[in-house]
Design a binder for this molecule. Structure first.
Ligand code: SF4
Ligand code: SF4
Length: 322
């Protein structure tokens, strides 16, 4: 790694971890979205690592551990791996952490979050899960405990919880997907978390693809917020990885490449011919973007942040972000 890349790194709060602010978001690689094979996803992750990316964001729910493992196989540089558990109870959280250790082939996960998209107060609603993650930190299986949420209230509360060392808030220019206020209010909670010493890296800077036509401006907005140390971005090609690295490093953007990236269209595809109308997807959607109409699931595209979580909840595998 060259000197410029080393200087590009920032401290992830008080964790002692130094990161490239461009974090590889692996959700789009897996079966909820693009459905790349572990080898294909692993090649992209490896390319990013070799170009200077240092942190990889995954989750039990994303089903991308095999992609991450393939990307890390034989890699001799540094890599910070973050995962998340959406467990509602302590035993399940332990199973999730153990699975991450096993499937990622690591002795310790650098950061493990309570994965709480719809959790307004993880300190009461997920108290047992948090306690279990902290126990597993004492056991040496997790280095740092964090929370991810779409709620501002979760981060306002985190400020007074020193045991939470990393936070992963949803933030974008339009505030799309934030469940209890505006982008400005989330920005204040983010700054307060950073001032309290927490590492802060954002999710959904492009609102899951909805802001893709203004990707550069949307990324610059989030990078410019007080307290942001990094942004997790899902990337599906080497060109996209390189374009983001340049943008994050010094704000440069190749017009031709970005015009191509910004002209992509993404949408939620529900194969309604096979939909059973069970409503599990409606329950799973934190953005209230789904409803059952005439016995099948329908999406409100204005409200949908293309997170793909409804796809994970569908027992018929009928939903994909394409
Ligand atoms: S409809 Fe699905 S992809 Fe869209 S916001 Fe809801 S859960 Fe996410
Ligand atoms: S979970 Fe799947 S089968 Fe059930 S309503 Fe939603 S799309 Fe249809």
């Amino acid at each position: 790694m060259n000197e410029e890349m080393i200087m590009d790194k920032v401290a992830l709060g008080s964790t002692g971890i130094m990161i490239n602010p461009l974090i590889y978001g692996t959700l789009p690689l897996g079966p909820l979205q693009a459905g790349l094979t572990p080898a294909e996803g692993g090649r992209l992750i490896r390319h990013a690592l070799e170009q200077g990316v240092t942190m990889i964001d995954t989750a039990e729910l994303y089903d991308t551990y095999s992609h991450v493992r393939a990307g890390l196989e034989g890699f001799r540089g540094e890599a910070v791996v973050v995962s998340k558990t959406h467990a509602a109870d302590a035993p399940t959280a332990r199973i999730h952490v153990e699975r991450a250790l096993r499937e990622l082939g690591r002795e310790r996960i650098d950061v493990f979050h309570v994965h709480g998209a719809r959790i307004a107060d993880p300190f009461t609603e997920r108290a047992d899960v948090l306690a279990e993650l902290l126990r597993m930190k004492e056991e040496g299986k997790i280095a740092h405990v964090g929370i991810s949420s779409h709620y501002i209230s979760a981060f306002r509360k985190a400020v007074d919880h020193p045991e939470i060392e990393v936070v992963h808030p949803l933030i974008n220019r339009t505030g799309m997907g934030i469940l209890d206020g505006s982008a400005a209010e989330m920005g204040e909670a983010i700054a307060a978390c950073a001032r309290a010493g927490k590492g802060v890296y954002a999710m959904k800077a492009l609102a899951g693809g909805n802001l893709i036509s203004e990707a550069r401006a949307s990324i610059r907005y989030v990078l410019g917020l007080e307290g942001i140390h990094g942004i997790a971005i899902g990337m599906l090609s080497t060109a996209e990885i390189e374009a983001n690295l340049a943008l994050f490093r010094d704000g440069t953007a190749d017009e031709t490449v970005w015009q191509k990236l910004e002209s992509r269209k993404r949408r939620l595809r529900i194969m309604d011919k096979f939909c059973k109308g069970c409503g599990f997807c409606v329950e799973a959607c934190a953005s209230n973007a789904l409803s059952i109409v005439d016995g099948v699931a329908r999406v409100d595209e204005e409200a949908c942040i293309l997170c793909g979580y409804c796809g994970a909840a569908c027992p018929e595998f009928m939903i994909r972000v394409v």
